[in-house]
Design a protein around this ligand. Structure first.
Ligand SMILES: *Cc1c(COP(=O)(O)O)cnc(C)c1O
Length: 480
């Protein structure tokens, strides 16, 4: 059969030609260093189909995801992901194409990217976009590289980024990676940015301040009500406004970051626009930038000329490439389908997300303190501090929830709440499922009072019991 693989006339030219009837032109074995050549047999497992199917089915049963039950992991927006989006992403018209194909052969794919960009611009209220970054943190890094280059070209030496103490750790990390210094600002009693401190910082460091990174609503679920004041203070100072869009689910269709005065925005498509994202991805973290930053976007940018979709590599001050090809296309495709299917009801997403969170907050306030409880939106943070002494730490409560087949909320974040349990139910949970979560918390609180050992020693129902999380973090073993 090998004779049929390549037409005869191409044989000589193709160096990968393997014809068992002749000597190969290149002896691959000779070109591979001896020390990495395998000596024995490959050792593939010899298993029947049923053994393989059972193995993976059993593994899948040990897992937990949004398809199994509520997943109130605060800040992560673990909403139900409609299966129709997966079906479309799997469609071979999309999945079988190659990023090296000519643009005229992949017009449909470029159209999806272009139109998704247009829809996101409308939703965010900002006029330029790239879909390249792979996730929120990657978007932050990309956005900050743009800010850095923007100031460099203007010959401004702005090296300081202001970040509130409630912010996600990736904000601090991205700022450091992009070569900035961070000033952390303490939140006020309401859990929002303290205007007085901000004004003080602007006075003190004025022309050294590059930007402020704000999550709005913030990780306490609270909307920064002074946002317009903050953006005018920053802009008067020649600084930029960066929007961490991880909590967009709280405001989508209601208010636009562009209208709040933000210049750079990252989105977490996998959170707001529904892509399964437990366990690390894949995600997509497009960034949007205003007119004055648009010449700094990574290349290429998808553009439309007449009826044709093209890739534009000619971006004047581009920061270059931050990802191979064009971003995680299948995640973008799912977001595109999700937005189209939501249609005019995008607003209902944020309305229902806020309603569900507030319902939980009111009901759970009976058992837990909620230190910043005014004006919370799509999530809230409660404290297990009062149960700490009797063994009801946030960690123990989280572990006990697993025994009741519920994924725990985010714990110990944001740092400004002691024994924090950060709850985000999302809009896709029913009243029954919220009631079940409330009832389970109530049960655990009564266990803490009457039988704390069972909470302290949880989980008991899982394959792996208590793991040493600190050691896992400090001495990771990636394979056995
Ligand atoms: C999730 C999250 C991020 C980071 O986004 P990834 O997509 O996980 O990289 C940044 N900020 C906030 C507030 C988040 O919740």
């Amino acid at each position: 059969m090998p004779d049929k693989i390549f037409p005869v006339k191409n044989r000589r030219k193709n160096k990968y030609w393997t014809d068992t009837t002749r000597e190969p032109e290149i002896n691959f074995l000779e070109n591979i260093p001896k020390n990495i050549l395998r000596e024995g047999k490959i050792g593939l497992p010899q298993l029947s189909e049923s053994q393989v199917v059972r193995h993976f089915t059993n593994l899948a049963r040990k897992n937990y995801g949004v398809d199994d039950g509520i997943y109130p992991l605060g800040s992560c927006t673990m909403k139900y992901n409609p299966k129709v989006n997966e079906d479309i992403a799997k469609n071979s018209n999309f999945s079988d194409i190659h990023p090296c194909q000519k643009t005229e052969d992949v017009q449909g794919t470029l159209k999806v990217m272009y139109e998704l960009g247009e829809m996101l611009k409308e939703i965010i209220g900002i006029s330029a976009i790239t879909l390249h970054p792979s996730a929120g943190a990657h978007g932050e890094f990309c956005g900050l590289l743009i800010a850095r280059k923007y100031f460099e070209i203007r010959n401004e030496n702005r090296k300081i980024i202001i970040i509130p103490d409630s912010a996600h750790g990736t904000n601090f990390a991205s700022a450091a990676m992009a070569g900035f210094n961070v000033i952390e600002v303490k939140s006020n009693k309401e859990g929002t940015i303290d205007l007085k401190i901000l004004e003080e910082l602007l006075k003190q460091h004025s022309s050294n301040i590059a930007l402020v990174m704000i999550t709005n609503p913030n990780t306490l679920g609270i909307f920064e009500k002074d946002i317009l004041k903050i953006s005018s203070l920053m802009h008067e100072n020649g600084s930029l406004m960066y929007y961490d869009g991880a909590n967009l689910n709280a405001v989508i269709g209601m208010v636009r970051p562009g209208d709040m005065g933000f210049d750079i925005v990252h989105l977490n498509l996998h959170k707001t626009f529904s892509t399964p994202h437990g366990g690390g991805g894949p995600g997509a973290g497009p960034i949007l930038v205003n007119e004055s930053l648009k010449d700094f976007l990574p290349v290429p940018v998808v553009i439309k000329k007449g009826n044709k979709y093209l890739l534009d590599y000619d971006i004047k001050n581009t920061i270059g490439k931050i990802k191979s090809f064009y971003g995680n296309f299948s995640v973008c495709l799912k977001a595109y389908c999700y937005i189209l299917s939501a249609g005019n009801s995008l607003k209902e997403i944020s309305n229902d997300a806020c309603l569900n969170a507030n319902y939980l907050k009111v009901k759970l306030s009976k058992f837990f303190d909620v230190p910043y409880s005014k004006n919370t939106m799509h999530e809230f943070v409660m404290s297990a501090k009062k149960y700490k002494e009797s063994g009801g730490t946030a960690l123990n409560i989280a572990k006990r929830l697993i025994d009741y087949k519920i994924h725990p909320p985010t714990i110990y974040f944001p740092h400004i709440v002691e024994e924090a349990l950060m709850v985000e139910p999302t809009e896709t949970e029913s009243l029954e499922s919220l009631e079940n979560l409330i009832g389970t918390f109530e049960k655990i609180v009564s266990e803490i009072k009457n039988n704390p050992e069972v909470v302290i020693n949880s989980p008991v129902s899982t394959e792996t019991k208590r793991v040493d999380e600190l050691r896992a973090l400090k001495e990771p073993v990636f394979k056995e």
